[in-house]
Design a protein around this ligand. Structure first.
Ligand code: ATP
Ligand code: MG
Length: 417
């Protein structure tokens, strides 16, 4: 029997439920990740205990009623080092019809683990585990882990019609885990998972954009992103209509050249690299991103073709960029430029080295660091809009190394500019 190590606070929660006479397991992504030797992001617990029974079992614990309607209770467990650990417990449930393509219209609680795992999207996400029972794997999820395949639990078409987001989730898990959607589960009038992804992609137009955004971001950050983009440009184009097949292929090439891991802003900037500015803005807006995300992607996108070393004043250009967006941005911009422009590693290394060297030198790059401020200018009789304009002109001289960043010298220059 395979043993999965469970973090102490989660094991404690399972133990409390078991002692109260209920079934309880860790389930879904955490079981999949542990079996793959990956570190799970979080541990979800599923239990036969109804929400009220669950709250009774944890009397005296801190409880957050996260989503009682959907059967989710969060218990807060205090760890030995004094920090808190949240464990989400969800009652075994059967989902009703997904009328709005988003939330199940109703959920029905059940005492059967089999019914609970049957509602889950993919075989590799439908495994449960507890120490007394070992891995409970009713859909050969382990076989699919071995074969590196994303296969729907049950009929792919039916499952995608229940919740269209699963189409994008199939590609997201394929990208992140470096798997492939199953091609052998069709036949006899049934679509395979792979066929259903293509055939039913239009269902994604009815899905909330926030949910699409979450899955698309994970897809783009996965190790298999470029492979999945090349294989499913039609699905990407359904989610973001400005992305023609040609643009998706170009984005796939760029993503392949990016260093692995994280940096969603760089990846989105690469995804939109071939679009017009208008289309890029529309794409970002339609995904309901946060202001910070939007600003980062737009900044990178605008500079996606610029190599400071190839401008007339490379040091000036780099300082301006560092002042406006920071050094970390300069480095991410360098990765983007090289990925989009197909530059060799030497070019990237030179760009990164230039950003590192500038950061180490730490010269004045922005108004914040300028040796004079608005107050100083007022003493010289400059007021209103003149202050901003004069400061900008002085900063420009400093950025160009035409003036030292020293108060006395800059003040002497005020009347001139
Ligand atoms: P991650 O490591 O990215 O969190 P995960 O497998 O935990 O991966 P979640 O989106 O957190 O994925 O979902 C948790 C579990 O809930 C999944 O493993 C799956 O069993 C189930 N699930 C989530 N969304 C759906 C869905 N749309 N349809 C069916 N089952 C789903
Ligand atoms: Mg999860």
């Amino acid at each position: 029997m395979t043993n999965i190590p469970i973090p102490a606070p989660v094991a404690k929660v399972l133990d409390v439920l078991h002692r109260a006479g209920y079934e309880a397991y860790i389930v879904g992504g955490c079981v999949r990740d542990c079996l793959m030797g990956r570190v799970p992001g979080d541990y979800d617990v599923t239990s036969s205990a109804l929400p009220e029974e669950c709250m009774a079992a944890f009397a005296g614990w801190r409880i957050v009623e996260t989503g009682l309607k959907h059967g989710t209770v969060t218990v807060v467990s205090k760890q030995e080092d004094g920090t808190y650990y949240n464990v989400e417990i969800t009652t075994f449930r059967i989902d009703g019809a997904y009328l709005d393509n988003r939330h199940p219209e109703s959920v029905t609680f059940t005492r059967s683990l089999a019914e609970d795992v049957a509602r889950r999207d993919f075989t590799v996400n439908a495994m449960a585990y507890s120490d007394p029972t070992g891995v409970i794997d009713l859909y050969d999820g382990r076989g699919d882990l071995e074969r590196r395949i994303i296969r729907c639990v049950g009929d792919a078409e039916k499952r995608f019609r229940e919740d269209g987001l699963r189409i994008l989730r199939a590609l997201r898990f394929s990208s992140v885990l470096d798997f492939t959607p199953a091609e052998d589960d069709g036949g006899a009038g049934r679509l395979s998972t792979h066929e259903a992804v293509h055939a039913l992609r239009q269902l994604l137009t009815g899905i909330s954009r926030e949910r699409i955004h979450v899955e698309l971001t994970k897809l783009l950050c996965g190790v298999g992103a470029s492979r999945i983009l090349r294989a499913y440009p039609d699905v990407i184009g359904t989610v973001l209509p400005m992305l023609t097949e040609e643009r998706v292929y170009a984005a796939a090439d760029a993503l392949e050249r990016l260093p692995a891991g994280g940096m969603p802003d760089v990846r989105y900037a690469a995804l939109f690299a071939g679009c017009t500015e208008e289309q890029m803005r529309e794409g970002i807006r339609s995904l309901k991103m946060s202001r910070a995300e939007e600003r980062a992607i737009r900044g990178l996108w605008e500079h996606r073709c610029m190599i400071p070393a190839e401008t007339d004043a490379p040091r000036y250009t780099l300082r301006k960029m560092a002042g406006e967006y920071g050094y970390d941005f300069c480095r991410r911009q360098a990765m983007l430029v090289c990925a989009v422009g197909g530059k060799d590693e030497d070019t990237l290394d030179r760009m990164l080295a230039a950003a590192d060297a500038l950061e180490a030198e730490n010269p004045c790059c922005s108004l914040k660091e300028l040796a004079v401020n608005g107050g100083d200018l007022q003493k010289y009789g400059i007021t209103g809009q003149g202050i901003g304009k004069t400061l900008a002109a002085l900063l420009d001289l400093v950025l160009r190394d035409e003036m030292p960043n020293e108060k006395e010298a800059l003040c002497a220059k005020i009347q001139e500019v």
